[in-house]
Design a protein around this ligand. Structure first.
Ligand SMILES: Nc1ncnc2c1ncn2[C@@H]1O[C@H](COP(=O)(O)OP(=O)(O)OP(=O)(O)O)[C@@H](O)[C@H]1O
Ligand SMILES: [Mg+2]
Length: 370
């Protein structure tokens, strides 16, 4: 069998669990990350993202389960034995070394004869070659971040772990680095596992997003899939905005479920609901809802509401509308017409949406505290 460092292939977590005392931080995660893909682990603070990464890196050993790359079982091996490198949020560079020597540090320690050349190559990749002779204190935060990335890439890891690496950057730089990271990943073709609690960041960068909650994975898929068809209440609310309501399934009409919401029938496409009897939480995304002054004919679902707020954003207008259920819905209308709707707070409106755009999930998440 090849050594741990030579391991190649898809990264696989099998039933990976981590407990600290009687607290379960990571709860039996099964996960497969195809080689060369950009994978995001997205979830709220404390859900177990860093703990999961640390087990992949070997900085923490699982209480149960296995970490594999291809056919190689890495469980129990030391961090330096694994073909894995991590870029952390705080990217402490050695202040007394030049940028080139910072990046060459790993290869030099492993006695690589071409350490400096490899450092220059890695610096080129992150577009920092012209800064090679400077000291870290002479760089901006974003530039230091790039150097930290080069320092990990120079080791040619099979898997690169990124734990909130852009957390310390301001918004504009963050957006730039997101594009940059994606470019670098495509160029080097390594497996990237990016941890973030920023849903926009996860959606814009990753091929696959795993939404994590309380130590387990709620749902995994392409960003478009998760946004379009969330399977749990948690995912519906964590990824993008969702307008939701709770009702009771009363009937089936062809391909549709008919849900009674406070006396108003609401239709959901049967194939887009995780629940087929009893109570259901239905949801529809803000851009899928149309706001009208008068009741449109034949759209499917319509509910009357009262405008609470109007925000003109230039390309679009966002309306907050108070619904009969007491919920406030958010509706995003592109400003395609020259004639504006001219709505004001207090105006009565009709909200309509295509039943094929709604989704249905259980009203309570499994294991939720309620
Ligand atoms: N060494 C430890 N001992 C005890 N509890 C720990 C330890 N490490 C982590 N935890 C707990 O495990 C849970 C998950 O922690 P983790 O750092 O993985 O969360 P996270 O998803 O990375 O959160 P954040 O977004 O805030 O970084 C937390 O409740 C944390 O307090
Ligand atoms: Mg963390």
């Amino acid at each position: 069998m090849a050594g741990f460092r030579e391991a190649q292939g898809d990264l696989r977590l099998e039933g990976v669990t981590k407990t600290f005392g009687d607290f379960t931080a990571v709860d039996g995660i099964d996960l497969e990350v195809p080689r060369g893909s950009f994978f995001a682990l997205l979830g709220p603070s404390g859900c177990g993202k860093t703990t999961t990464l640390r087990m992949v890196a070997g900085l923490e050993q699982p209480t149960a389960g296995r970490v594999m790359i291809g056919d190689t079982d890495l469980t129990g091996s030391r961090p330096y034995e694994r073909p894995v490198n991590t870029v952390f949020q705080s990217y402490a560079l050695f202040p007394h070394l030049t940028i080139r020597d910072n990046v060459a540090f790993g290869p030099k320690r492993r006695k690589a004869a071409d350490a400096s050349e490899r450092a220059d190559e890695a610096l080129q990749l992150v577009q920092m070659a012209s800064f090679a002779g400077r000291k870290p204190a002479q760089l901006s935060g974003g530039q230091q971040q790039r150097v930290a990335l080069a320092r990990a890439l120079v080791n040619h890891p099979e898997v690169l772990l990124l734990d909130e690496p852009l957390g310390a950057l301001d918004l504009k730089l963050r957006r730039e680095m997101q594009v940059e990271l994606k470019r670098i990943q495509t160029e080097v073709g390594l497996t990237f596992i990016h941890v973030t609690h920023d849903q926009e960041e996860a959606m814009t960068m990753a091929d696959t997003v795993a939404v994590m909650n309380r130590g387990h994975i709620e749902q995994l898929g392409a960003p478009e899939e998760l946004y379009d068809l969330p399977r749990t209440r948690f995912v519906a609310n964590f990824l993008g905005q969702a307008n939701t309501g709770v009702g009771t399934i009363k009937d089936v009409e062809g391909d549709h479920l008919v849900v009674n919401v406070l006396g108003t029938p609401v239709k959901i496409l049967r194939s887009r609901s995780q629940v087929h009897e009893g109570d259901v939480l239905f949801g529809v995304r803000p851009e899928k809802v149309t706001v009208s002054r008068t009741r449109p004919e034949g759209v499917g679902n319509d509910v009357r509401g009262v405008v609470r707020d109007v925000s003109f954003l230039g390309v679009a207008t966002t309306y907050l509308v108070d619904m009969p259920s007491g919920a406030t819905w958010s509706c995003y209308e592109q400003n395609l017409d020259v004639e504006p709707l001219d709505l004001r707070p207090g105006d009565e409106v009709w909200l309509t949406w295509n039943p094929g755009h709604a989704f249905g999930v259980p009203t309570e998440d499994e294991g939720s505290l309620g």
